[in-house]
Design a protein around this ligand. Structure first.
Ligand code: PMP
Length: 281
């Protein structure tokens, strides 16, 4: 396996991380996951734009241009001969003697790996069960940071209840999944939480909103309650690795079951078409 280490593609055993790398000590870093379909990364430009936005929000300086990051990522995909899979790119604030106070001029370290992975056809076709639980995360969920304990705890809880994904709510207002965005359809209108500090503005989410608009579907980027969720006509989740996964059941803080409806199926179909014929957002 070849990995990205700084500005080089090296064999995995030749990459080493300092014990005092801030990513390791503080989770002080950011990342992106891009899906590779048939050897081609999908929406890489949008992912790296968000990468740069996350860096800016954390006052981290990219060690090279986005174009270079892009080129290195393509090399990484090619070196590993990935046909279908993911590429993971992260940047930490680099190594320095452990201290909460960060330096705005730290030499940041970019690393990455690529892995084969087939699209989760089963989840896309048959839908998934979800577990509704309190959103215990911090107030900057808009930043794609390595700090993911709130998310990982929610995912663990969901799995412990036999569910594939967690749905999170803040005092009864639905936010998003542990690693996905949440949508509901009620009387033909597509609802999803607005892109505030309380959610990650998913690249897939943005594609879905654009497709829904093109299809003449009414869109409401409005916060909705857990009661609204339970009374929805259709529910689905979106992410880079899942694309669109219908939600067939919710347990946990509220309970409900949902059919896989026509709006979900239409959006799935249109998103797949877009993936085959990539267009810029
Ligand atoms: N929300 C969270 C918390 C996530 O981790 C992810 C996956 N990165 C998403 C939403 C979906 O984002 P995207 O469509 O860009 O993968």
């Amino acid at each position: 396996q070849y990995v990205l280490y700084g500005d080089k593609i090296v064999e995995r055993e030749h990459a080493s991380i300092d014990l005092e790398d801030r990513g390791y000590n503080f989770g002080d870093g950011i990342y992106e996951v891009v899906y590779i379909y048939g050897g081609k990364p999908f929406s890489m430009e949008e992912h790296f734009k968000r990468f740069a936005d996350s860096a800016a929000k954390l006052e981290m300086k990219l060690p090279y241009t986005l174009e270079t990051v892009n080129d290195l990522t393509v090399k990484l995909i090619e070196a590993n001969k990935i046909h279908n899979g993911i590429v993971y790119i992260q940047m930490t604030r680099g190594a320095s003697p452990r201290n909460h106070l960060y330096d705005r001029d730290s030499a940041c370290l970019i690393t990455g790996f690529a892995r084969k992975m087939d699209p989760p056809v089963q989840a896309q076709e048959n839908g998934i069960k979800t577990y509704l639980t309190e959103d215990i995360r911090w107030l900057r969920c808009d930043i794609k940071t390595l700090n993911l304990l709130g998310n990982t705890m929610a995912k663990r809880k969901a799995a412990d209840h036999g569910c594939h994904e967690a749905l999170q709510h803040r005092e009864g207002t639905c936010t998003e999944g542990s690693s996905s965005n949440l949508f509901i359809i009620k009387k033909g209108t597509l609802y999803t939480h607005p892109a505030t500090n309380l959610i990650l503005n998913g690249i897939t989410r943005q594609h879905i909103l654009k497709i829904a608009n093109e299809q003449g579907i009414d869109i409401a980027e409005e916060a909705f309650s857990t009661r609204d969720l339970i009374h929805a006509d259709e529910v689905f989740l979106s992410s880079t690795t899942m694309e669109i996964a219908p939600v067939i059941a919710v347990t946990g803080d509220e309970e409900g079951e949902f059919p896989i409806g026509p709006v979900t199926r239409l959006l799935q179909k249109k998103l797949k078409e877009k993936i085959k014929k990539p267009t810029v957002l």
